[in-house]
Ligand binder design. Structure first.
Ligand SMILES: [Zn+2]
Length: 348
């Protein structure tokens, strides 16, 4: 079963109100920031506002708060009752959570508290506070607030404080063996656009990542997975200027995006992407046509693979590739976004 099928299966279990699904699982509600165990009696959220997790600890690491009704941490293990109390105390005031006051409030030594919490959740209490604050920011971004507004509302004094915490936190669970981005520092930011959440990253050479999606946090996670070894830093004025150009291009994609790109891929992929960049706005091509454009008419299938591997949405306009019958083929960032971009390019 792939992830999609597994999640569909889990969604079915939630709809059927299965109290004891065959495999226990947890779900975070992106609009409220709460994590529930499967079988929680609370009202069922909309499908698009749910993120599934294998364990409650993973959801906490992503900044979700344990639900008060189903108490997802409270399971057999008596240590989890303490962990839940720690979560509650931090949730009350994530900005001022410190280990010493948590320990004295609960009557444990700092070391003991830290160890117990970490064993159960994979996080230190302070990392949980940080994750909560980040989750709050993503939710605010999802409501259409600007990055700066969201950061200030979440209690950050400045964006650099947020990004330095983010850097600390993001070095925790990459779980990826890829060398992508090793030793590099990438600038990144998230913003809301007319096509949903936008995440942009750049190296010293140029833009290396543009993605669009429904959920800013998911897009940031995808970025981090892709460049698992990179460090991420806050945007400066020049970078913000690039980001506003990308946003402008999304609203009006008829004029070419004239920004430096740091294009990474095999020689073949780069050939395909270069050819894609020559397809003018308002025109479309099929895979066969693109294969012919690079002088490899037999390579349509490989060309399709290269299009799918593009990580620079709109800058490398793979949305201009359609099926040979003219219908829209898939699009990494959602086929509806592809249709909207093409409509915008065709309107005069
Ligand atoms: Zn619940």
């Amino acid at each position: 079963m792939n992830d999609q099928q597994l999640n569909d299966h889990r969604w079915q279990a939630l709809c059927q109100r299965a109290r004891h699904p065959s495999e226990p699982f947890f779900y975070g509600v992106t609009t409220t920031g709460v994590v529930c165990r499967a079988g929680c009696p609370s009202r069922l959220p909309k499908r698009e506002n749910i993120r599934f997790f294998d364990s409650c600890a993973e959801a906490l690491q992503a900044g979700y708060r344990p639900c008060k009704r189903c108490q997802p941490l409270q399971e057999k293990d008596p240590r989890s009752a303490l962990a839940t109390r720690v979560c509650r105390l931090i949730e009350q005031d994530p900005d001022n959570a410190d280990l010493a006051s948590l320990a004295s409030a609960l009557g444990y030594t700092e070391a003991h508290l830290q160890k117990r919490f970490q064993t159960l959740t994979g996080l230190s209490p302070l990392e949980y506070a940080r994750a909560l604050r980040q989750q709050n920011i993503y939710r605010e971004l999802g409501r259409g607030k600007s990055t700066t507004e969201a950061l200030l509302d979440a209690g950050y004094q400045s964006s650099s404080q947020f990004y330095s915490e983010f850097k600390l936190f993001s070095s925790l669970p990459p779980g990826s063996h890829r060398q992508s981005g090793a030793g590099e520092i990438l600038t990144f930011t998230a913003a809301q656009t007319s096509l949903g959440a936008l995440v942009v990253a750049a190296s010293s050479k140029g833009l290396c990542w543009i993605s669009l999606g429904d959920d800013a946090q998911k897009e940031v996670e995808n970025l981090q997975k892709h460049f698992a070894k990179a460090e991420f830093c806050p945007p400066d004025r020049d970078f913000n200027e690039w980001v506003s150009q990308v946003i402008g291009f999304i609203d009006n994609p008829r004029h070419p995006l004239a920004l430096p790109l740091d294009i990474r891929g095999t020689i073949f992929q780069r050939q395909v992407w270069e050819a894609l960049r020559k397809v003018p706005a308002g025109q479309t091509l099929n895979y066969q046509g693109l294969a012919e454009a690079i002088g490899k008419p037999g390579a349509a299938r490989a060309v399709a693979g290269a299009c799918a591997a593009n990580v620079l949405a709109v800058a490398i306009p793979c949305h201009r590739i359609v099926r040979s019958d003219g219908s829209l083929s898939g699009y990494r960032w959602g086929v509806e976004r592809k249709a909207t971009l093409l409509d915008r390019e065709n309107s005069t």
